[in-house]
Design a protein around this ligand. Structure first.
Ligand code: ZN
Length: 169
């Protein structure tokens, strides 16, 4: 079954706004990544760590389960999840983890929330798993380039724009 991005109206929100989240201090990590991301993205993105519970699954999961889709990735088992400009992490940040999530923030900014969410779900359903989602492939690819050579600067915004122009998401 193939899904079009517009077939699914999905929302990405923190499913549990009552979660006790604290702001993580990541200044030194961000400093090392400053050359890859736009300054306004680095200034406005918030990084939060839940203190007690783990984050729950998003609200659109119930809709997908009604369609018979039951193998969706469990948010509570993920290392980190990005909601637009908020990164929630279940573990302390490494350079690689933060870079990966900041690529998702750029993707959200370029695509818009609804489109990002629809493309994410479509990628999952069409590919059959988390690692087949083009938004993830893009984030892992750029993160891999950064980790392989942190001195070799490139613009994540330009790379994400290229993928959008080539309709790769
Ligand atoms: Zn990811």
């Amino acid at each position: 079954m193939q899904f079009g991005a517009r077939d699914l109206e999905v929302r990405v929100v923190n499913p549990n706004p009552a979660l006790d989240l604290v702001q993580e201090t990541i200044g030194e990590l961000v400093f090392r990544q400053a050359g890859f991301f736009r300054l306004d993205l680095l200034e406005t993105t918030r990084v939060l760590v839940p203190q007690n519970e783990r984050i729950g699954n998003p609200t659109f999961y119930s809709m997908l389960e009604d369609l018979g889709i039951s193998n969706l990735p469990d948010f509570s088992q993920m290392t980190a999840i990005t909601f637009q400009d908020v990164v929630v992490s279940h573990e302390p940040f490494s350079d690689g983890l933060l870079f990966h999530e900041l690529v998702h923030v750029e993707q959200y900014r370029r695509l818009g929330i609804a489109n990002f969410a629809a493309l994410y779900v479509r990628g999952f359903l069409n590919g059959g798993g988390y690692h087949d989602i083009p938004l993830e492939i893009n984030a892992y690819h750029l993160g891999g380039c950064f980790e392989a050579d942190p001195a070799n600067l490139f613009s994540v915004a330009d790379e994400v724009s290229k993928w959008i122009a080539q309709d790769r998401f």
